[in-house]
Design a protein around this ligand. Structure first.
Ligand SMILES: CC1=C(/C=C/C(C)=C/C=C/C(C)=C/C=C/C=C(C)/C=C/C=C(C)/C=C/C2=C(C)CCCC2(C)C)C(C)(C)CCC1
Length: 300
């Protein structure tokens, strides 16, 4: 096996070991401690993994024909974030549904792109059904809290019973599209490991509090592998030295995003908006441009 293959395998093993370690923490600590740890993980690695989007966009543009100034990209990015925040306040339920759909696609893309590519309709179906399956598993493990957060964001109450059915539905769609795809690509060896992994997520989601469960998935299984991909694309290799370069280049955006979240929290904290609905709305606003950047990047 070449060194790149070993590097991916090492990262995957480290992700699995840290998942079990975080699961162990969930057994011993109260929900309050888990919530604090969850925010710490999300504010560090989670927010960081989107903070170098402008550099990635510039890199992508330098391969193509068009190139835009840093200021132009910065203004376009901020404009996009503001437009999504406005859309959230005008049509919250539809924007929330869109957020869940594109997040699911984004999670699935990150998880599968290196193994099955991005070209066909079927691959895109695998990304979307896999992401929707993971999110449904998370929702069905904490139905009452999820219903309450959705109610606070959108003013609408979704029946909690939907989440169990949607998990089953997306499991079947994911398995069918994966089997169909693997029939052509002979990639069956992935499936057993992936079903095992989904079982691990099921146990983690049912053991940890909602925020801790989300943080474990979002940081360990999405943000860290995404950071590794981005570092490889920008600097050629995933290493500590290049990690420091990435951190230096993204520091100002990372701090900017954290400061904006802090200000939003201070501004809204007197209203009847809870901490989690505010946090997820903020995440949604910065998610939209980030998802577009990463999708463009993988296409290249
Ligand atoms: C560059 C730049 C910047 C920064 C940026 C950043 C920092 C980004 C990041 C990004 C990111 C960091 C992203 C993220 C993503 C995320 C996601 C994708 C998520 C998802 C989630 C979900 C989907 C959820 C769901 C739920 C739950 C879980 C419970 C409850 C209910 C609900 C439904 C909400 C700024 C703006 C400063 C400026 C300009 C430039």
């Amino acid at each position: 096996m070449n060194s790149k293959g070993l590097e991916i395998l090492d990262l995957k093993n480290a992700m699995l070991v840290s998942t079990f370690f975080f699961l162990w923490l969930a057994v011993y600590f109260s929900d309050r401690v888990e919530e604090t740890l969850g925010f710490l993980l999300i504010f560090s690695f989670g927010i960081l993994h989107g903070s170098n989007d402008l550099e990635l966009l510039k890199r992508k543009a330098s391969f193509g024909r068009g190139s835009r100034s840093h200021m132009g990209l910065l203004l376009a990015y901020i404009g996009f974030v503001l437009a999504m925040a406005l859309l959230f306040s005008w049509i919250p339920l539809a924007t929330l549904a869109l957020f869940v759909l594109i997040s699911a696609y984004h999670f699935g893309e990150q998880h599968w792109v290196r193994r099955i590519g991005i070209n066909g309709f079927l691959q895109k179906g695998i990304y979307l059904s896999y992401g929707l399956l993971v999110l449904s598993l998370l929702f069905q493990a904490h139905p009452q809290e999820v219903v309450e957060i959705i109610r606070q964001i959108s003013g609408r109450e979704i029946p909690a019973g939907y989440f169990g059915w949607s998990s089953l539905f997306f499991l079947l769609v994911f398995l069918a599209s994966a089997l169909w795809n693997f029939y052509w690509t002979q990639a069956y060896r992935y499936l057993l490991y992936e079903v095992f992994l989904l079982g691990v997520f099921f146990v983690v989601f049912h053991t940890a509090s909602l925020l801790w469960a989300f943080a474990i998935y979002f940081v360990v299984w999405h943000s860290i592998p995404s950071l590794a991909d981005q570092i490889r694309i920008l600097y050629g290799q995933f290493s500590l030295h290049n990690g420091k370069k990435y951190l230096k280049a993204s520091l100002v955006y990372w701090l900017g995003a954290l400061a904006t979240l802090g200000l939003a929290f201070l501004y809204f904290s007197n209203g009847d908006y809870g901490l989690l609905p505010l946090f997820f709305s903020f995440l949604a606003a910065i998610t939209f441009p980030h998802v577009l950047v990463i999708a463009r990047l993988y296409k290249g």
